[in-house]
Design a protein around this ligand. Structure first.
Ligand code: NAI
Length: 419
């Protein structure tokens, strides 16, 4: 996940003083992220192991250019209002609910997260679950723990030669596909989007086709209105008798009571679930679900992606995105600033401009450029509903006058030069 040599050569051109950039990383962000910032030449890095309350954050944030948080620190509207130097915020986790996103967008603060760094961790657990369920390990382990010796091969199978049906062939589903084939499984999948099959995996035309053939069905879809309650009574009835179900995607995808019925009636031979409709808020909280106390059921507390490797991947992924944004303006992966994948420029100067998305801003920028006799070599624009993000490459260094005119232009939110 290190930055490419090509990107490093651009960074060498970066004209802003890196030693003045203040980076505050909270909640024990992985050391790999700190190392990445240091390797890129940033020296003012403060780290804390815990989260900050809103009051503590308000006291610290006004000098900070880059803020790194995980899921506990809340970046509220008040904190964003106070953060007049904040260029970007890294959420060193999967979600971004802890950030007041409308305020981040309104203030042109680039928010980055790392939605796919734990893909492999989830995929490995799915494979483990396949083996555990087909060998009826949850049932046998529970018996041994209770002092009962269930030595018996009835209903226990190898995964080799079995058909694994993957619903949702995205990041995780496709990784599961590769690992499953390595174990000798036949892989079929269904996705709403056309997907390239990996290895010998075969696409199914419909979920029904997949359910008819699968010994194991594993769900890797997002939580949307289309996937809510996807696994209902009719879905379960279409699954093969004695097949098993794995859900490490989202709790709301399953009708839990329908699953209880399918297992109690011995239509399904087992279930592995890592996600639930009602999940406790915090580690240590009590958990209750109708899925508890069933036979051959493996329930885990939403830990599919929780590995130390995933934490490290998140660290380098988010730090890398922030460094690219700081030094080249490339905003790919930001959930607040529109996505610009900018080409590298060797003999140009780059100005980045974030503005309210109203008509006429681009022509105003161009008028200012021509007033300052800056020849435009390249111009790139992306917008979302609220803001526009434009990168302008010019043939001379931006003068203080040009930057001041851009800053004073009516719809401007932020302007900065990167090289
Ligand atoms: P992704 O976005 O890469 O893949 C999702 C796939 O599902 C896409 O290919 C999409 O086209 C497909 N899809 C969407 N609607 C569908 C439908 N109605 N039927 C069939 N396919 C459909 O997402 P990724 O990273 O593979 O994650 C999959 C799920 O796993 C998500 O729900 C995510 O929240 C969950 N997840 C769970 C974790 C855990 O700790 N248990 C950790 C990481 C992700």
């Amino acid at each position: 996940n290190k930055l490419s040599l090509q990107q490093n050569s651009v960074m060498a051109l970066t004209s802003f003083p890196k030693e003045k950039i203040k980076i505050l990383l909270l909640e024990g962000v992985h050391p790999a992220a700190v190392e990445m910032f240091r390797d890129a030449g940033y020296t003012q890095i403060e780290t804390t192991t815990g989260a900050l309350s809103e009051k503590e954050l308000l006291q610290k944030i006004n000098n900070v250019h880059i803020l790194g948080i995980r899921s506990k620190t809340q970046l509220t509207a008040a904190a964003i209002k106070q953060a007049d130097k904040l260029i970007a915020t890294g959420c060193f986790c999967i979600g971004v609910n802890q950030v007041s996103m409308s305020d981040a967008i309104e203030n042109g603060i680039a928010v980055f997260n790392s939605p796919f760094s734990n893909t492999r961790s989830v995929a490995e657990l799915v494979i483990a679950n396949c083996i555990m369920l087909l060998r009826r390990i949850p049932e046998k382990s529970k018996a041994v723990l209770a002092g009962q010796w269930l030595k018996d091969s009835a209903g226990c199978f190898e995964v080799r030669g079995k058909t694994l049906g993957i619903i949702g062939y995205g990041h995780i589903g496709s990784q599961v596909s590769v690992l499953a084939e390595a174990l000798g499984m036949k892989v079929i999948f269904y996705d709403v989007e056309p997907k390239l099959s990996l290895g010998n995996a075969k696409a199914c035309k419909s979920i029904n086709d997949l359910l008819k053939l699968s010994d194991i069905v594993t769900l890797h879809v997002p939580g949307t209105s289309a996937t809510r309650n996807m696994v209902n009574e009719s879905f379960l009835r279409k699954m093969k008798k004695d097949s098993v179900l794995i859900n490490l995607s989202r709790g709301e995808v399953m009708d839990e009571q329908a699953i209880v019925n399918a297992i109690t009636e011995k239509h399904l031979a087992g279930l592995a679930a890592d996600v639930f409709i009602d999940e406790p808020q915090q580690k240590g909280d009590l958990f209750q679900s109708p899925l508890q106390h069933l036979n051959n059921v493996l329930l885990t507390p939403h830990i599919g992606g929780s590995t130390l490797e995933a934490q490290e991947n998140i660290g380098t992924d988010v730090a890398g995105k922030i460094i690219r944004y700081l030094e080249t303006g490339n905003s790919m992966g930001s959930v607040s600033v529109p996505a610009l994948n900018l080409p590298l420029q060797q003999s140009a100067h780059r100005i980045l401009h974030i503005h309210h998305n109203v008509p006429g801003v681009l022509s105003e920028i161009n008028t200012i450029m021509s007033k300052h006799k800056a020849n435009i070599l390249g111009q790139y624009l992306q917008t979302n509903n609220a803001i526009g993000y434009v990168a302008v490459d010019i043939d001379k260094k931006a003068s203080a006058g040009l930057i001041a005119d851009l800053k004073n232009s009516k719809e401007t939110i932020r302007v900065r030069g990167v090289y």
